[in-house]
Design a protein around this ligand. Structure first.
Ligand code: FO1
Length: 318
């Protein structure tokens, strides 16, 4: 990392963001990259603090992730969970053995009083992450999915109940009282560019924007902020974004995404299949770049990242 370089800040959720970030890292061998991660999905499983989105980014960028699933450690075993299940533990949330090792370490450090950002830095350093990964806040923030039958915490909605419930609302418990983690606002304020990764705008980027100070820092920017649409051809690239947006009556298109980021982004990268929507997006005052955004392999991830960085005015060396 080169000192005194202005950081590039990426607001990131889970799998889509992690794959995009692989592209960023490949496109920018020399960089000062700050990844601001979502913690709304965080959960406690049998007392262990699990941070799925932070871990997905961490495992992906350190080459450990399970590429097919997108989360967890590649080739991980499940002996601990099988043992626990045989002893009566209700194992609805799959935790591999190596992953449990990380959760034990994180939980112990948190219980000893270390903030999540410091623990994340420690874990990232130990696993060899070269970039700065920081949770948006050290405070407790949890995404709650409001359904006709009551409130569900995010992982109960998503994993335990298989995201089949209708959604009447989404809220971020703890957000109003949360403070940005150390360095987050500073990184946004000093950034050369800000990128919103192709993540679910409601439950991945939403919790980040809900932390007081983040939206204000973004609104105060004098550098480009560019989003990559996670909605392609009326579908989400991954996860439940499509059914959530539909449930809430939101327009399921890059224009709908641009609307959710109203005032916060200057440009959005959309997929070739959505080219006819460019005018509608531009009418919202957001510039559009059209390209193939499907991030199937390393070359495709690098391509999407390169385009987003170029749109954000970042010059890339050949
Ligand atoms: N997703 C599942 O669909 N089922 C699981 O059992 C599961 C376990 C899990 C454990 C650790 C982790 O970091 C992620 C895990 N995920 C699982 C994925 C996670 O629910 C989602 O990736 C995010 O929370 C959505 O962004």
């Amino acid at each position: 990392m080169v000192k005194n370089m202005q950081p590039i800040v990426v607001l990131a959720g889970g799998v889509g963001a992690a794959r995009f970030l692989q592209g960023v890292v490949a496109a920018l061998p020399v960089r000062d990259l700050t990844i601001v991660g979502n913690v709304g999905d965080d959960t406690e499983i049998a007392g262990l603090h699990v941070s799925p989105d932070l871990d997905t980014v961490l495992y992906t960028l350190t080459g450990e992730s399970d590429e097919e699933r997108g989360w967890g450690v590649r080739g991980d075993s499940s002996r601990a969970l099988e043992r626990a299940r045989s002893l009566g533990h209700d194992a609805w949330f799959w935790l591999g053995d190596l992953d449990i090792g990380l959760h034990l370490t994180r939980t112990e450090a948190l219980n000893a009083g270390l903030p999540l950002s410091a623990v994340t830095t420690q874990l990232a350093g130990a696993l060899g992450l070269e970039d700065r990964l920081v949770p948006v806040t050290d405070d407790r923030l949890r995404t709650i999915i409001e359904t006709p039958d009551g409130d569900l915490d995010f992982q109960t909605y998503y994993v335990r109940r298989g995201h089949r419930d209708d959604i009447v609302g989404i809220r971020f418990d703890g957000a109003a009282a949360a403070a940005p983690a150390p360095g987050v606002v500073d990184a946004i304020s000093r950034a050369a560019a800000i990128i919103v990764a192709p993540s679910n705008p409601l439950i991945s980027i939403g919790p980040i924007l809900a932390v007081p100070g983040i939206r204000e820092a973004l609104l105060a920017r004098s550098v480009p902020c560019v989003a990559v649409s996670p909605i392609v051809g009326g579908q989400a690239l991954r996860g439940p974004a499509a059914e959530m947006m539909r449930s809430l009556g939101l327009e399921l298109s890059p224009a709908g995404v641009a609307g959710l980021y109203d005032g916060l982004i200057d440009a959005i990268v959309i997929d070739d299949v959505d080219h006819s929507l460019a005018v509608e997006v531009e009418q919202r005052g957001v510039a559009v770049r059209i390209t193939n955004t499907i991030m199937r392999d390393a070359a495709a991830r690098r391509h999407v990242a390169t385009v987003a960085l170029e749109v954000a005015g970042i010059r890339l060396s050949a």
